[in-house]
Design a protein around this ligand. Structure first.
Ligand SMILES: [Zn+2]
Length: 530
């Protein structure tokens, strides 16, 4: 943060990406803590922004320059000493593997046990298996406080997905509440619930600034809880007697899988799961103490073990709610080999609304499934057809936003983040309506100082981004543990370009070669092809 004066004590916040008017994704924040004459730094979240069609990159993310040190090089004095993760969505942690691919050393990671499981999975999938490339990962329990960079940092459970946490950063000069993605829904079946009493106590200790999720802040509708969604799904599934039922979710949407599982159980159907990421996430949840089977009250069966089941006695849950290219439902729509069989006796339920970047792909997929003769019930159609609401945003709507501010009573300022411009404005308006000042979009790169003198913008720099393109070469990488079945496993290889802060201009192409086994695998492939 070279362009800001960090001499005064306080906490300095800077968004590196994900906080401008260019859409959601690539969330990353840098905090510099100046207290007792010392300075410590840390990073909160390091995610990707998914690009869909239209542009040439598969994803982009905040450049690791100025955040992490290169492997084999000395760590500079102002390099952050820790990476804290609020939760396990790709737009909050998906860039970790890329920074390591690019040869950077990621500092020790602090996150909830479930998030830790998914970070480990993401690294293994990317072929990052050697000890010297893997970052340390520390699990932090709900409500626990760790001392990092000179600040006390408390992980506060919020309702979003299992292990989702808000963070309170506190020194004697300042306290910031960083919401991460959150909403209030006491009926979510998995994970620890947001506790209004705890939030009130945190507020009483004093909060100077709240940074809060704006994604759905402009939604004025009354809240629909997961319990109500479960009841609607239960009625919908019960009405499908004699038919096959398939549901398409997001691989991380495990609370909805529980609702589907309970609906299946009520209709005497067995919940069958298929899709690599869904199965892996459910296993990761089990390992970190969030048992879906316990929450459903019935066993979950993997598709390969369900061949004996009649189609009308199963509810098959697969991935593809966003029509992602490799997801189960997308593969079915494209009639790829090994995809689920569907016909006019199949009902497909998609209890998720498509977000704008995937809307077109989603429409395409639903079209194809319609043409195959299946009855497709999307979240929109469910409401039109009188089945009720079967999806609710995972983000705070207006009522939740108001509740958060009422509980925390921030002393000085709210800074809306994470959302489209209209939503960010709506979030600010809610704060103002409660008599709390709100900053108007201090975009990426702006450095904001918080201390007892107030909240002040003290500088700005233009943090670069990296655009990643999968080069479509699948490399066989060595297994983490020898003797684990096949000796190698496939991993995608990316090319990285350095982009300006808007992502529109390429500053340099192919900025960093891969290191470690990926380079070795490339050299091997090249020599074989000669
Ligand atoms: Zn999220």
């Amino acid at each position: 943060m070279s362009r800001a004066d960090l001499s005064e004590a306080g906490i300095y916040w800077q968004s590196r990406m994900g906080n401008n008017a260019d859409g959601i994704g690539g969330n990353c924040h840098r905090y510099d803590v100046v207290t007792d004459g010392a300075r410590g730094s840390l990073v909160v979240d390091y995610g990707i922004k998914i690009h869909n069609g239209g542009d040439s990159y598969d994803c982009s993310f905040p450049s690791p320059e100025g955040l992490f040190a290169k492997r084999g090089q000395a760590t500079s004095a102002d390099a952050p000493g820790a990476l804290l993760l609020t939760h396990s969505h790709e737009d909050h942690l998906g860039a970790i593997r890329h920074a390591i691919d690019m040869g950077y050393r990621v500092p020790p990671i602090y996150c909830s046990p479930f998030t830790a499981e998914l970070v480990r999975k993401s690294l293994t999938t990317a072929g990052i298996v050697e000890a010297e490339r893997k970052p340390e990962i520390h699990s932090v329990g709900p409500g626990e406080t760790v001392r990092l960079a000179g600040a006390d940092i408390t992980f506060v459970p919020v309702d979003h997905l299992p292990g989702a946490s808000a963070l309170v950063l506190r020194t004697k000069e300042a306290a910031i509440f960083h919401s991460g993605d959150y909403k209030f829904d006491a009926t979510l079946p998995l994970g620890d619930r947001a506790d209004p009493d705890l939030l009130r106590r945190i507020g009483k200790q004093g909060i100077d600034m709240v940074l809060s999720d704006s994604t759905a802040a402009g939604d004025p509708r009354p809240k629909v809880t997961e319990k109500e969604i479960e009841a609607n799904l239960q009625r919908l599934v019960a009405a499908q007697e004699g038919r096959a039922v398939v549901a398409g979710v997001l691989g991380t949407q495990l609370d909805r899988v529980v609702s589907l599982g309970r609906a299946a159980r009520a209709s005497g159907r067995t919940l069958v799961i298929t899709g690599h990421s869904l199965v892996a996430n459910i296993k990761a949840a089990e390992r970190s103490g969030h048992s879906l089977e316990k929450a459903i009250g019935a066993p979950i069966v993997e598709a390969r073990d369900a061949r004996h089941l009649n189609a009308d006695k199963a509810l098959v849950v697969t991935t593809g709610a966003f029509a992602q290219p490799s997801a189960g439902l997308t593969r079915t729509a494209d009639q790829l080999p090994g995809a689920l069989y569907i016909d006019r006796h199949t009902t497909i339920i998609i209890p998720q609304r498509a977000i704008p970047p995937v809307a077109e792909m989603h429409r395409d997929m639903v079209d194809k499934l319609d043409r195959m003769g299946a009855t497709v019930i999307t979240a929109e159609r469910a409401e039109e057809q009188g089945h009720g609401v079967i999806h609710q945003s995972g983000h705070a709507i207006a009522a939740d936003t108001k509740l958060l501010y009422t509980l925390l009573k921030p002393k000085q300022v709210v800074s809306p983040m994470h959302g489209a411009p209209g939503q960010i404005e709506a979030n600010g308006d809610i704060a103002r309506s409660l008599g709390i000042k709100a900053l108007t979009l201090p975009g990426n790169g702006t450095v904001v100082r918080v201390n007892q003198q107030g909240v002040e913008i003290v500088g700005r720099e233009a943090p670069a981004r990296i655009g990643a393109i999968e080069t479509a070469e699948i490399k066989q990488l060595p297994r983490a543990r020898p003797g684990e079945g096949r000796r190698t496993h496939p991993a995608s290889v990316y090319r990285y370009d350095r982009l300006d802060e808007t992502g529109d201009t390429v500053l340099s192409r192919n900025v960093d070669a891969f290191d470690g086994p990926i380079r070795a695998a490339r050299a091997g492939a090249a020599s074989r092809s000669r």
